[in-house]
Ligand binder design. Structure first.
Ligand code: ADP
Length: 172
């Protein structure tokens, strides 16, 4: 069974098989973690993203990691929070599940995630963290059994604390 870990850190530094990018639907780069990943991976990443012609919310697409220590980058646009009545929970779960499954299909054993949609997309952390962990746990037990380690890389204390609380509740 996959181990799920929560750490504080910068996802661009992670030496794992795949990191996940909280992208936007254009896949052409943006702010936040997306901007950090594009800067660290180098201009080859934008060149690899252009022919992908974007990605729908909740879906996932893969590129090489280029100058990153990670072998692959999995790009997934999470939903923009619009109050909770626009399918946001299902779409966020789709982003986590589809990303983990795509990693497994590409032979990845170690995968790192940022907190998708809880930055400029304003998805409430208290809802996102338990939903993310439950979705990843279920996918790791069913469709993505080859994944051994899932790391949630938190960039700030508030995100880390929400994911640690959700992880403790998950293992009870
Ligand atoms: P979204 O548009 O999906 O909300 P953001 O990039 O705005 O994406 O934020 C998602 C999360 O990623 C936030 O918690 C933000 O603090 C975090 N983040 C920003 N830079 C990094 C980084 N280098 N490594 C890990 N997480 C990061």
């Amino acid at each position: 069974m996959a181990e799920i870990k929560v750490i504080h850190g910068d996802i661009t530094k992670m030496a794992v098989d795949a990191i996940v990018n909280a992208a936007n639907t254009s896949l052409l780069g943006g702010g936040g973690v997306d901007g950090a990943i594009h800067r660290a991976a180098g201009p080859e990443l934008l060149a690899a993203c252009r022919p992908l012609h974007g990605c729908a919310t909740g879906e996932a697409k893969i590129t090489p990691g280029f100058r990153l220590p990670a072998k692959f980058i999995i790009h997934t646009p999470g939903p923009v929070w619009q109050g909770g009545q626009r399918d946001e929970l299902r779409l966020l779960a789709n982003s986590y599940r589809n990303s983990l499954n795509l990693a497994a299909e590409n032979g990845c054993h170690t995968v790192a995630f940022p907190s998708i949609s809880t930055g400029v997309y304003h998805f409430p952390l208290s809802l996102a963290a338990p939903l993310a962990l439950k979705t990843l746990q279920t996918a790791a037990q069913t469709t993505a059994q080859s994944v051994t380690t899932i790391t949630i890389v938190c960039f700030d204390d508030q995100t880390q604390s929400a994911f640690e609380t959700a992880l403790a509740a998950l293992s009870r």
